[in-house]
Design a protein around this ligand. Structure first.
Ligand SMILES: [Zn+2]
Ligand SMILES: [Zn+2]
Length: 270
């Protein structure tokens, strides 16, 4: 008795069944590594999340620490952002191919839907992930995880430099001016530093010292002090002189200098 090709196919596929639960491939969809869709999802977790994690946040500016790097706080709630970023950096997503299993970072898995919901008062983060471990899965699988977290307050590297009044350069502003004129110039320079600080957090004035004929600004980084000096040059025709003093070495062995930049402003009259 002969079977037509369609019948042969049907019988062929009916013979294939899940080695865990016995479900037929014809009923449950394509087997993956010998498992039916349901057993595969049960046996292959999508998400790897730690049970607990520590979220380190700068008590002064709200920056958070991921690995060894500090990240600036954004516009929103600094603690919620820090918790979210920390848990995202700790999550891994499983991906099974013929080459074997790989654990990827969430952003490396394009079709993944991930919801991270920090519950700050409870000290937990709820995570919902929706995605496929294997491309033969008919539907993405849903997984949920709860991660406990604790907050650790610390001081970020920039706030550490600020509180230590660290500086790379001293800008010495000198000239025969009235007090009012000086405070006006000083405000302009502080404004410039504030704008630089928005782009680069490590740009700031560490200290201001009044002098008999002017004032000194202790500035980070040296490039900001140079920008201030060139502004004084173009706006007030200041004469600029820069000198450097070797003060040591950086951790990676480069020479470390402290710069003095003298900006001498011509007298307003005469
Ligand atoms: Zn099964
Ligand atoms: Zn900070």
């Amino acid at each position: 008795m002969g079977l037509n090709p369609e019948e042969k196919n049907l019988i062929g596929s009916m013979k294939r069944f899940c080695y865990w639960c016995g479900a037929l491939e014809a009923e449950r969809g394509p087997l993956i590594g010998g498992l039916c869709q349901r057993c595969f999802a049960e046996g292959n977790r999508l998400l790897r999340a730690p049970a607990e994690l520590e979220v380190t946040i700068c008590g002064r500016c709200g920056a958070h620490l991921i690995g060894k790097r500090w990240h600036e706080a954004g516009e929103g709630d600094a603690i919620a952002d820090a918790v979210r970023a920390t848990v995202l950096s700790s999550l891994k997503v499983a991906r099974l191919t013929d080459a074997g299993i790989k654990f990827l970072r969430p952003h490396e898995v394009p079709e993944l839907e991930l919801r991270v919901e920090p519950k700050l008062t409870e000290g937990v983060i709820k995570i919902r992930a929706h995605g496929k471990v294997h491309e033969l899965q008919v539907k993405p699988q849903l997984e949920e995880a709860r991660v406990k977290f604790s907050l650790k307050r610390s001081t970020c590297d920039v706030c550490g430099l600020k509180s230590a009044r660290h500086y790379e350069a001293i800008l010495q502003v000198r000239g025969k001016f009235t007090r009012e004129r000086y405070s006006e110039i000083r405000k302009m320079l502080q404004q410039l530093a504030a704008e630089a600080g928005k782009r680069e957090k490590a740009a700031f004035i560490a200290n201001v010292k009044e002098q008999r004929e002017g004032f000194d600004l202790y500035v980070n980084p040296a490039s900001l002090a140079r920008r201030m000096a060139s502004m004084l040059k173009s706006w007030f025709r200041a004469e600029i002189k820069e000198s450097a003093k070797l003060v040591g070495q950086t951790r990676d062995g480069r020479k470390k200098f402290r710069f003095s930049i003298l900006a001498r402003l011509p007298s307003e009259r005469g």
